[in-house]
Write a protein that binds this ligand. Sequence first.
Ligand code: PEP
Length: 249
Amino acid sequence: MRKKIIAGNWKMNKTPAQAIELIKELKPLVADARVDVVFAVPAIDIIPAVKETAGSGIDIGAQNMFYMESGAYTGEVSPEMLTDAGVKYVIIGHSERREYFAETDETVNKKVIKAFEHNLIPIVCCGETLEQREQKIAVDWIRKQVKIAFFNVEKEDAKRAVIAYEPIWAIGTGKTATTAQAQEICSKIRECIAEIYDAQTASSIRIQYGGSVNAGNAAELFAQPDIDGGLVGGASLKADFAKIVNYNK
Ligand code: PEP
């Protein structure tokens, strides 16, 4: 049985002092969660966030990392820096990184491989634009994203990965995919993993839905057989996040 995982993607929000304040507010509210809880915070907030969440059961995630070990890559953060700071998860290939920072399926693949080399668990993002959905090419597009992201990734690593299905048209727009739409794509992603590896890997991997998840729609989305939790943007910055985390209580 897969344990659900609900991750907050704080994006470029919260200074270190504000991060501590938000964690202090949320920590008691998610203390008895029946799901894995992750706060994916800005790089500058990682160290205070790890300190503030110690012993709470909350894991800290990064929102990105580079695929090289170290060197002349001004502005980048390495996987070793993340593990040394106490990070467990790293979001890879968020659509905002693809759109504003030229992230490609190929760089996503390099980062996924590198994350596993350092024992970090990647939350690999995929998702279609509204245009692609209207053209009925969403499934093909997402299958391509997933196949490239997992190219040369070992089966035992893939089993521990998290995939976040995030339709771009639903991110930060208040437009959530219908439960049926989200379930359909998540099941196609699982099928794709079964084709790449096998049925056992497909049934181990966790697949989140992301895109305007809120306290009102979380329970229905997460009750779907192939949706193993959510990647939550806007609603992760307020107390409402605790309601999402506690959707099954
Ligand atoms: C996200 O950024 O991953 C996201 C899903 O954002 P939102 O919940 O705000 O749509």
